[in-house]
Design a protein around this ligand. Structure first.
Ligand code: UDP
Ligand code: MG
Length: 323
């Protein structure tokens, strides 16, 4: 059981969001005030805006919001670091101020009321609560199709993610602190959070449309993000190279039989047999060798991340040992 009421921080990354900020601020302020008056969260709970190097008036708006309302805190990044890094910045800043942290997009496509469910699960003892989209009717066909293909592709590539969960989630303070111990710089939070362990829960909600403004995730960024997800988490692509190498080497044996038979039967032009054999054999051997090197590169890659090897959830002893 987590103690009530928790000091909640809502972290909102904002990149060129001048069109939605005023409305988002109004809604989040009213929502948090409601939760506070119901005793669901502590009175000093806050919203933290992270300006991800916006080029429009986003920071001026955040600056003014923080002047007029104690509920708000702002963090301005010096340049556009990208959604995941902006979130990380906000999480780092909030880590020792909050009991629980929720991350949500500035366009409020994710239903803020789902946070009530997050809190309920949190008070029941969950350290990680995932917001999961139950329907995607409001998304364009293209977005829905590419997004769902993304989650399925990830699973095939060996990256464990929560289906239809983006970055709308609650983390308890201890889950947050463990997450912040990950030292990798290529962030793919959706893959990292599930590796933490701890007690988790899911809360379903319907995803709406953007309040205003345009998506900051064009196809180009989505593809880069998917690539990031796979290459940050999985060395399966390298294994696939090795597998293709084996297939080619096996094919070389078949090709050898075929070309030899043709040679013996006398329909082969001079020189064809040896050319065919070497192409298949060398191709297969090279791919296998590349895959082998890849295995080591993959190991090095996983090593340099320096991820924690384990995370302690509880320590128990009748009489705690004094150290
Ligand atoms: N965002 C950001 N930095 C970026 C791109 C996006 O902080 O470089 C923020 C953006 O302001 C929003 C969230 O990430 O709060 C998600 O972006 P968006 O809603 O445009 O993505 P979509 O919902 O279309 O996938
Ligand atoms: Mg959005």
């Amino acid at each position: 059981m987590n103690n009530k009421p928790a000091r909640l921080y809502v972290v909102v990354p904002c990149y060129n969001e001048e069109a939605v900020l005023p409305e988002t601020a109004k809604r989040l302020d009213a929502f948090l005030n409601g939760l506070i008056s119901e005793g669901e969260i502590a009175p000093d709970s806050r919203v933290m805006w992270v300006d991800d190097g916006s080029r429009d008036r986003t920071w001026e708006l955040i600056d003014a919001l923080c002047d007029e309302n104690e509920r708000f805190e702002g963090l301005k990044l010096a340049h556009n670091a990208g959604h995941q890094n902006a979130l990380w910045a906000g999480m780092t800043e909030a880590a020792d101020k909050c009991d629980a942290l929720v991350s949500i997009d500035a366009d409020l496509q994710d239903d803020i009321n789902a946070m009530r469910g997050f809190l309920k699960e949190y008070y029941a003892g969950a350290d990680i609560v995932y917001g999961v989209r139950s329907k995607r009717e409001k998304d364009t066909f293209f977005k829905r199709f590419t997004a769902e293909a993304f989650y399925k592709g990830m699973a095939k590539m060996g990256v464990e993610t929560v289906f239809n969960h983006a970055d709308y989630r609650l983390l308890s303070r201890r889950a947050l602190n463990e997450l912040l111990k990950y030292t990798e710089v290529n962030l793919f939070l959706r893959g990292m959070v599930p590796t933490l362990g701890f007690k988790t829960a899911k809360v379903y909600y319907e995803r709406g449309e953007r309040l205003a403004g345009e998506s900051k995730y064009p196809l180009r960024k989505m593809l880069a993000f998917a690539m990031q997800g796979v290459t940050s988490f999985s060395i399966k692509p390298i294994r696939m190279v090795t597998a293709v190498g084996f297939v080619f080497a096996a094919a070389a044996i078949l090709a050898a039989l075929y070309t030899l038979i043709s040679h013996i039967a006398g329909h082969a032009v001079a020189g064809w047999t040896s050319t065919m054999l070497s192409i298949w054999l060398i191709g297969g051997v090279q791919l296998m060798a590349l895959g082998m090197i890849g295995e080591y590169v993959g190991k090095i890659y996983m090593e340099v991340k320096r991820r924690p090897r384990f995370i302690v959830e509880t320590y128990k002893a009748k009489t705690p040992s004094n150290d």
